[in-house]
Design a protein around this ligand. Structure first.
Ligand code: FES
Length: 123
C-alpha cells in the first residue's frame, strides 16, 4: 500500500502499511538515518521529528496518521542556517552521543527559530 508523506519539503510515496511507525519509514525506506531508535516507547526522544513544527516522537506514530502534515527530520533541520549553527555548536562541544542527537537538537531548534534566533545573536 502506497502512502504519501511530506518529509523535509519533498513528497515521498512509500510502499508501507499505514500502521508502520514513521521512524522505520524514515530509516529503512527513505534512508534518513539521522532519526534514531532508542526506547521504542516514546520516552527517550531519540526518534524526535517535527510535524508541522511541533516535536513528536516518531517511534509510535503510524505513517497513516500523518496525512498532509509536514515532517521535518534532523537532516531537514540541519539544512537550515539556524539548524546548521546548532549542529556546529553541538560538534564544537564534542557532543557525540548519537541516540540523543535528535532529542537534544530538535527542541533546541525551537528555542531559536530562524530568523529570530539569528537576529537575537547579532545583538
Ligand atoms: S525511540 Fe525513544 S522516544 Fe522514540
Amino acid at each position: 500500500m502506497a502512502v504519501i508523506i511530506n518529509v523535509n519539503g519533498s513528497g515521498h510515496s512509500v510502499d508501507a502499511h499505514g500502521d508502520t511507525p514513521l521512524l522505520w519509514v524514515l530509516r529503512d525506506v527513505l534512508g534518513m538515518t539521522g532519526t534514531k531508535f532508542g526506547c521504542g516507547i516514546a520516552q527517550c526522544g531519540a526518534c524526535t521529528v517535527h510535524i508541522d513544527g511541533k516535536a513528536v516522537r516518531s517511534c509510535l506514530l503510524p505513517i497513516g496518521a500523518i496525512g498532509n502534515r509536514a515532517v521535518t527530520t534532523i537532516e531537514g533541520v540541519a539544512a537550515t542556517p539556524t539548524g546548521a549553527k546548532v549542529q556546529k555548536a553541538w560538534l564544537d562541544l564534542e557532543f557525540r552521543h548519537r541516540r540523543c542527537h535528535g532529542r537534544q537538537h530538535l527542541p533546541l531548534r525551537h528555542l531559536c527559530p530562524h530568523p529570530r534566533g539569528d537576529q537575537a545573536r547579532r545583538r
